[in-house]
Design a binder for this molecule. Structure first.
Ligand SMILES: NC(=O)c1ccc[n+]([C@@H]2O[C@H](COP(=O)([O-])OP(=O)(O)OC[C@H]3O[C@@H](n4cnc5c(N)ncnc54)[C@H](OP(=O)(O)O)[C@@H]3O)[C@@H](O)[C@H]2O)c1
Length: 270
């Protein structure tokens, strides 16, 4: 039997590259998607040599509305089908909502929301028909705790709302496909070492946060893989963030906001 294929967006660095390594280490072929071809090609060579799997490298800008169809067509042209989809590509939209152009906001939404939904819409029917599929959507802890200004300053005012949508979308699609062998999981990481904070300019600010707030991309990927295999709808990787999001669920709103205000001071180094 041919090996299964996992398509991973944003595989050129951080959490996406870690998912590619995780899937390859478990014997899956991987299709790697991002804009930087050199990084994807290097990762493809690495996992082929280390795990003996096959790879596809697909360069695409997911802020382009045509990208999801082009990606799925490229996989079909290679004679493969997508058995697992890891929707992970992303970047912040720094700056105040009111000060950024709608064109910038629209590209942000295309990358962070529409491309995720389109890729699910293009791949989930085939998974359901074949009776097997795995879908992971990378959300964020920011979707599960009160919103602090420090969280949105670099990622974007709409970032927590976008990531919250991915949790509900995963839960709903997972329920719809429950009896078809398709598992859908939202993975909500907290602060994770990656290029994300270099791209959005938050690297220096993040140096204020305690070490135990920082997750490793490989731990996020291992936790996400485990969750989707178990059919868990939402996974928050790491003990600290499990505790923090659990607390946010049980505390009365004003108290939860007060805790976040305290955290905001830590992030700002005050
Ligand atoms: N790091 C954190 O603290 C954290 C916390 C919670 C959630 N997340 C989420 O985790 C996901 C991955 O982020 P990361 O932390 O691994 O950051 P990262 O290291 O910056 O990786 C982002 C990936 O997305 C790709 N990407 C960005 N814009 C793209 C575009 N227009 N088209 C195609 N690919 C694009 C980048 O590749 P190219 O530049 O080569 O295109 C890169 O591979 C994001 O959805 C982010 O919101 C991150």
């Amino acid at each position: 039997m041919a090996r299964r294929l996992a398509l991973i967006t944003g595989a050129s660095s951080g959490i996406g590259a870690a998912f590619a390594r995780e899937y390859a280490s478990r014997g899956w072929d991987v299709a790697l998607v991002a804009r930087r071809e050199d990084k994807l090609t290097a990762l493809a060579g690495e996992v082929e040599a280390k795990h003996g799997v096959s790879t596809l490298v697909i360069t695409a800008d997911l802020a382009d509305p045509g990208a999801p169809q082009t990606i799925v067509d490229a996989v079909a042209k290679a004679g493969r089908q997508i058995d697992a989809l890891v929707n992970n590509a992303g970047a912040g939209q720094p700056g105040h909502f009111c000060d950024t152009s709608w064109d910038d906001q629209a590209r942000f939404l295309e990358l962070m929301v529409t491309s995720y939904l389109k890729l699910m819409h293009l791949t989930a029917p085939g998974m359901a028909e074949r009776g097997f599929g795995r879908i992971i959507n990378i959300s964020s802890v920011s979707a599960l705790v009160p919103t602090a200004k420090a969280h949105t300053r670099y990622s974007g005012t709409m970032y927590p709302g976008i990531k919250a949508l991915l949790i509900k979308a995963s839960e709903a699609l997972g329920a719809e496909l429950k009896d078809k062998g398709v598992h859908v999981t939202a993975v909500a990481p907290g602060y994770t070492w990656s290029e994300f904070h270099d791209v959005n300019g938050a690297r220096e600010t993040l140096s204020n946060v305690p070490g135990y707030w920082m997750l490793k991309a490989e731990d996020v990927a291992a936790s996400g893989y485990d969750a989707v295999e178990r059919g868990v709808p939402l996974r928050v990787p790491g003990a600290f963030y499990k505790f923090m999001t659990g607390l946010a669920r049980i505390l009365p709103d004003p108290l939860a906001r007060a805790v976040m205000a305290r955290q905001e001071k830590t992030i700002e180094g005050k």
